[in-house]
Design a protein around this ligand. Structure first.
Ligand SMILES: [Zn+2]
Length: 291
């Protein structure tokens, strides 16, 4: 029997954001860039749980959004904490903080960890106006994670290929500068790290990325299914977390395609589809759960 699946990268919003979408478009420019299009879905708690049931996903790691406004971060962190409590362990969550606010961001991180957040993320350099290559700008947030032994999930961008809303400029060179500045910080890089795994063929890059993991969020918008095999062969099956980016991708369909079309070997599947996420985000095992 396969182990219970964890979707390591999903997003959910509180009812204030879903209902107040229009008003937020102008106040939060990055939110506006992604969600001005009314077809861009905003999922709430019940939507996420329904998608998990449909896909047979046991646990989801839910992120909010990389808000600029620290008050919005705080309010949506409370939404995530409550959803997690109601979910009885099925929904883990990552807190959003705005690194531009320095010590205030670190305080919010500590508050969120006390409320049960499994880490921070998905933070976004372009969306939140911070420079990944400037360690001083990120030190309060990075140190808050290291102190609490929690990981940080960062959005990552491909330096080439097609443009899309939300792509940004968090490219492998900047990501490597960031992880090099904080070697004790566990970092998960979304969207296959913008291509950074391929540079782990360089021994010095692999050494610098010893505390880095990659997730598969939004994979089908970016790469052919062969990306799974290519990255697993370079960085090994312990460093890749399966995540959909739900609701960007449909969870059930992406899970099916990841299992059937991506060339994942049977001996890699438990790690990729849940074990790695449980370890990196320190998620509790749930006893007695059928899978
Ligand atoms: Zn992202």
């Amino acid at each position: 029997m396969a182990a219970a699946v964890v979707d390591a990268h999903t997003h959910l919003f509180g009812p204030d954001v879903v209902r107040g979408r229009e008003a937020l478009l102008g106040r939060e420019p990055w939110f506006g860039a992604l969600y001005a299009n009314p077809k861009a879905a905003l999922a709430g708690e019940t939507d996420l749980l329904a998608a998990m049931d449909e896909a047979g996903v046991e646990t989801a790691v839910a992120c909010g959004f990389p808000w600029s406004d620290p008050g919005r971060c705080r309010a949506e962190n409370d939404v995530l904490a409550e959803a997690s409590q109601r979910g009885g362990g099925r929904v883990a969550w990552l807190a959003s903080v705005s690194p531009k606010h320095g010590p205030g961001a670190a305080q919010e991180a500590a508050r969120a960890f006390a409320l049960g957040a499994s880490g921070l993320g998905e933070l976004n350099a372009d969306g939140q106006g911070f420079d990944l290559a400037d360690p001083a700008a990120l030190a309060p947030v990075a140190l808050a994670c290291i102190d609490a032994d929690r990981p940080l999930l960062l959005h990552a961008s491909e330096p080439l290929g097609h443009a899309y809303p939300g792509k940004g400029t968090a490219t492998p060179d900047k990501l490597l500068a960031f992880v090099g500045a904080f070697p004790d910080l566990r970092v998960v890089l979304a969207h296959w790290g913008g291509g950074l795994p391929f540079y782990e063929l360089m021994p010095e890059v692999a050494a610098a990325c010893a505390n880095v993991w990659y997730d598969t969020a939004a994979s089908t918008y970016l790469y052919r299914p062969a990306v799974f095999r290519a990255v697993l062969d370079v960085v090994g099956p312990a460093k890749v977390l399966w995540g959909s980016d739900y609701p960007v991708l449909g969870m059930e369909r992406f899970l099916r395609r990841s299992r059937d079309e991506a060339g994942v070997r049977a001996d890699e599947a438990d790690a990729l589809f849940g074990g790695n996420a449980r370890r990196v985000y320190a998620l509790p095992e749930r006893a007695g759960v059928p899978s």
